[in-house]
Design a protein around this ligand. Structure first.
Ligand code: NAD
Length: 340
């Protein structure tokens, strides 16, 4: 099968690409290597996903990405240095390939930065996503998976969060763009019969995790003997999901789309294990064998107090079975981090 993966050089996208290639599929990766975090990391992700090595001589961004593209040319993998806001550029790619399904992961992903740059988030996460649906309509691509987020639940009081809960109260521009994607996605499903699954990921972690996310940031700062910014009193909590469980959930969603038609589903992908900030920090300290130096700070605007996924629907509909507990997942992350 030919899969178009957007954001395939990011954290989740590079793991998904790796799994799809292992299963013998072809992957067309569209990524603009945006500057939300250093493009070197995205080059490393891509190299690890495709070649299982990471040696690379860096010079400047344009040259480096061109070099990566020339290195990674193969029958099974094509990389496009392409922004999803540029519909014309995307169109050339849709013209070139017979695409069986799109897995759309490209986005501006941080919660806090979205408060600084709401318009950019809207352009990428809403307009960029619509460009892809417009082209799916024009080129008759009927299967689409879209990354949504647990952040759409805002400060939902009812736990665990279920797909049937009201999600009309997001508390960050990022969350609102993701909810917008779910709603607009339904329009394209209904009008143009695009089968679609919107996956609400719950804080994903593991090797290659984005450097802006707390687990990665804490691990780096503790290992460098630097202070960690510790927001709130440590009782805020997250349902952390290990990356292999997320890729497994995406692969099962693809399978479901392939076997069914007339589909529009929103599905939570979480671990259903809620870990407080205090517990998260203690687990990292344990894995590193080192204590953190805390800098206590007030809660940040836009941050939700708790996330907790009800994954009954994922289990029954697509056979999702997350099986990495937090202790083991952190051990694997820290091993990866230390081997760098
Ligand atoms: N990591 C998590 O915990 C988490 C949780 C919920 C939802 N998500 C969603 O999952 C998806 C993947 O997240 P991630 O953590 O892998 O993030 P990431 O930032 O590592 O990956 C996103 C990729 O998209 C690319 N991209 C950004 N803007 C683009 C544009 N305009 N055109 C083309 N490519 C662009 C980036 O260069 C990056 O490689 C995102 O949609 C994110 O919102 C992630």
């Amino acid at each position: 099968m030919n899969y178009l993966v957007t954001g395939g050089s990011g954290f989740i996208g590079s793991h998904l690409t790796e799994q799809l290639l292992k299963k013998g599929h072809s992957v067309i990766n569209i990524d603009n290597f945006d500057d939300f975090y250093n493009y070197h990391i995205k080059i490393q992700n891509t190299l690890e996903a495709i070649f299982n090595f990471s040696d690379f001589d860096y010079s400047d961004k344009e040259k480096d990405i061109r070099k990566l593209i020339s290195l990674s040319k193969s029958e099974k993998y094509s990389l496009y240095y392409q922004d999803i806001r540029d519909k014309r550029g995307l169109e050339q790619i849709f013209k070139t390939y017979q695409i069986d399904a799109v897995i759309h992961l490209a986005a501006l992903a941080g919660v806090r930065p979205s408060i600084e740059k709401p318009l950019e988030y809207e352009e990428v996460n809403v307009r960029g996503t619509m460009n892809l649906w417009e082209l799916c309509r024009d080129f008759n691509v009927k299967k689409f998976i879209c990354a949504s987020s647990s952040s759409v639940y805002g400060n939902n009081e009812k736990v665990p969060f279920a797909e049937t809960d009201n999600v009309d109260h997001p508390i960050s521009p990022y969350a609102a763009t993701k909810r917008c994607g779910e709603i607009l996605g339904h329009v394209y499903h209904d009008l143009y019969k695009i089968d679609m699954i919107q996956l609400r990921f719950f804080t994903v972690y593991g090797p290659r995790q984005r450097p802006d996310l707390a687990i990665h940031k804490f691990t780096r700062l503790i290992s460098e003997n630097q202070e960690i910014p510790f927001y709130g009193d440590g009782t805020t909590a997250r349902d952390y999901t290990y990356i292999d469980d997320i890729t497994d959930g995406i692969l099962k969603s693809i399978q479901y789309l392939q076997n069914n038609s007339g589909v529009y589903e929103i599905i939570n992908l979480g671990e259903s294990e809620v870990i407080s900030l205090n517990e998260m920090l203690a687990t990292i300290e344990d894995a590193l064998g080192k204590s953190a130096i805390r800098k206590n700070l007030p809660m940040q605007p836009g941050d939700v107090l708790k996330t907790n996924a009800d994954i009954t629907k994922a289990r029954t509909l697509i056979g999702y079975k997350p099986d990495t507990n937090f202790q083991n997942g952190i051990k694997k992350f820290v091993e990866w981090f230390l081997r760098k």
